[in-house]
Design a protein around this ligand. Sequence first.
Ligand code: UD1
Length: 423
Amino acid sequence: MDRLRINGGKRLEGVARISGAKNAALPMLAATLLADGEHTVTNVPDLADVRTMLRLLGRIGAYGERGNGRGRHRVTVEVSTDIDPVAEYDLVKTMRASVLVLGPLLARHGRARVSLPGGCAIGARPIDLHLQGLSALGANIRLAHGYVEAKARRLKGGRFVFDTVTVTGTENVLMAAVLAKGTSVLENCAREPEVVELARALVTMGARIEGIGTETMVVRGVEKDALSPMKRAICPDRIEAGTLAIATAITGGDVTLTECEPRHLDALTEKLREAGAEISSLEGSMRVKGPPRPCSVDMRTTPYPGFPTDMQAQLMALCSIANGSSVISEQVFENRFMHVSELGRMGANVRVDGHTAHVKGVERLSGAPVMATDLRASASLVLAGLRAEGSTIVQRVYHLDRGYERLEAKLRKLGADIRRLRQ
Ligand code: UD1
């Protein structure tokens, strides 16, 4: 298993280009299953999770291919009627977002068999709302042998209120509603930029969706042959941009992020300014100048446009060396503080009480061997390593590789002393 070795204390400076968003690419690739023909998606990040989605589509019978060299961010997916609408456990267990094929398969082919994802490192994460939403559109759903078996000759428009705001749940039900007979009204939808991107991509394919970007989406179902293949670019990854912005702030650096969407980062930039960073945004780029030592900030995670749970661990790394005490409240997931004990091994002073972490800033962190248990927790340990004195070894880098495209190469270009140790 690869590891990263970071010798901390280097100030980040320069320009970093932001990649396409993982969480937009995954639903868009799943959405290709809604229409036969050749789909072209550009700005697709080259990541383990995207490779998993392409493998899953391939097993279903929709063959995806990534370009070479400079064209490697371009993916074509060839979809035909000859498919096997199954997502096996071996792939779903490595990536929960595999469940995103359920809605499109059911809507397009009338049946789907998708493994239940099971527990994961950040809590139970059920998919009950995905299933309830599909049932509200007339699907017949049965759980058997660890699989969801869904059937519907043709889905029917219906009304569904999501009990909790769920990103992939909204995406799954939205994709299904596109081909339902009649009108569907989906309420309390997630408004994350990635949901908006998916909805816009569906509209370019021929779907009829109103209320995109709001809590209520109204979907007027269309016939199968009204949909055509997608040609679409993936939006910039706001979580990667946010992670690099915090990396800049934590090292007191000066970095310009290009090909990003600053509007998607408002909740983070507000917190970084409070912490003492200077931030200036232009169309498609953002410059971050970090303070010598950040001030403490309080934060609670909520669905978009609130502060993203996917940036909680990284902000905690910043708070761990802040001047003062911070209170961080995790409201989206039940068990998302696994980075706390590892940050503690680097000298951070964090006490967890239920959904709240109390972070007492220390003057310095010290490098240590650490091990991450999920994607964003790994990112937070890398950020702490950039600031720490001495050498930090981050183990289990495969978590990072799931969601960050060449993170260490981007950080090295900005002046970080970071190397991948291959095994
Ligand atoms: C997506 C993102 C993930 C991000 C998360 C929250 C993708 C591929 N992943 O994950 O990076 O951290 O949104 O912004 O886009 N819930 C239920 N029942 C359901 C579905 C969800 O109770 O059927 C709960 C979850 O347990 C969690 C909350 O709803 O507490 C939000 O989760 P959700 O938005 O569904 O996360 P994902 O879509 O899995």
